[in-house]
Write a protein that binds this ligand. Structure first.
Ligand code: 5GP
Length: 216
C-alpha cells in the first residue's frame, strides 16, 4: 500500500513552495516547525550580503558573501531570483535548484515578494504562500519584542512590512499567524493538499487506477 501523504512520487518533479511574509510575522519559526514535521521538504539556503546575526551560521542560515561576490553571481546569471531588501541583497542560487526539483525533491524558498514574483515567472507551478500577522499592532509588538532595533529601524521595518503585506494577493495561499499551532496546521494542510492534486496522485496510483478501470 502506498502512503498518499508521502513526498513526491517516482518520476514526479518536486514541489516548489515559496513563502513570503512581512518581517516579524513569524515566518521563519513557522517554516522551521513545518520542516521538522515534514523533513522531506528541503529549505533552500539563500545568498546574502547582510552580516550574520548572532547565532547564524554560514551555509546553514545563509551563504554570507560580500557585495562584489554577489554582483559577480548576478553577472554570471547564477541566481534564479534576487532582490534588494532593506540595504542588503538576497538571492536564490540556480545551481542545484533545478536538479533537485527534477530529482523529485520538494523545496521551500523563504524569500520576499520581489523574489517570489521572479520565481513565478520561471516556475509556473510554484506554490506561493503568504504569511501575515493578525494586525499591524501585533507585528510592531513582535518587532519591538526582539529588543534589538532602534525606533528608527522599527519604523523602517514597519514601512517595509506594509509594503510586503500589500502583495498578499499575488500568492496562492494566505495564512494568518495569530495562533502559532493553528498557522502551522494550516501550512501542513497546504503541503498535503498540493501533494494530493489529481495529476500527481494519478501518476502515483496509476497501476491501481488501471486495475480498477480495466476490471469491468
Ligand atoms: P532577513 O535579513 O531578516 O533574514 O531577511 C529579510 C528579508 O529577505 C525577508 O523578507 C526574507 O524572506 C528575504 N529573503 C531572504 N532570502 C532571500 C532570497 O534569497 N531572495 C529574496 N528575494 N528574498 C530573500
Amino acid at each position: 500500500m502506498t502512503d498518499s501523504s508521502a513526498g513526491s512520487g517516482a518520476g514526479d518533479h518536486g514541489l516548489l513552495f515559496v513563502v513570503s511574509a512581512p518581517s516579524g510575522a513569524g515566518k521563519t519559526s513557522l517554516v522551521k516547525a513545518l520542516l521538522e514535521v515534514e523533513p522531506s521538504i528541503q529549505l533552500s539556503v539563500s545568498y546574502t550580503t547582510r552580516a550574520p546575526r548572532e547565532g547564524e551560521q554560514d551555509g546553514v542560515h545563509y551563504h554570507f558573501v560580500d557585495a562584489a561576490a554577489f554582483d559577480r553571481m548576478v553577472e554570471a546569471n547564477a541566481f534564479v531570483e534576487y532582490a534588494r531588501v532593506f540595504d542588503n541583497a538576497y538571492g536564490t542560487a540556480a545551481a542545484t535548484l533545478r536538479e533537485e526539483l527534477d530529482a523529485g525533491v520538494d523545496l521551500l524558498l523563504e524569500i520576499d515578494w520581489q523574489g517570489a514574483r521572479q520565481v513565478r515567472e520561471r516556475f509556473a507551478d510554484a506554490i506561493g504562500i503568504f504569511v501575515a500577522p493578525p494586525s499591524l499592532e501585533a507585528l510592531e509588538e513582535r518587532l519591538r519584542g526582539r529588543g534589538k532595533d532602534s525606533d528608527d529601524v522599527i519604523e523602517r521595518r514597519m514601512a517595509q512590512a506594509w509594503d510586503e503585506l500589500s502583495h498578499h494577493a499575488e500568492y496562492d495561499y494566505l495564512v494568518i499567524n495569530d495562533d502559532f499551532s493553528v498557522a502551522l496546521g494550516e501550512l501542513r494542510c497546504i503541503v498535503a493538499a498540493e501533494r494530493l492534486r489529481e495529476p500527481r496522485q494519478a501518476r502515483r496510483h496509476a497501476a491501481t487506477l488501471a486495475r480498477m478501470l480495466n476490471g469491468r
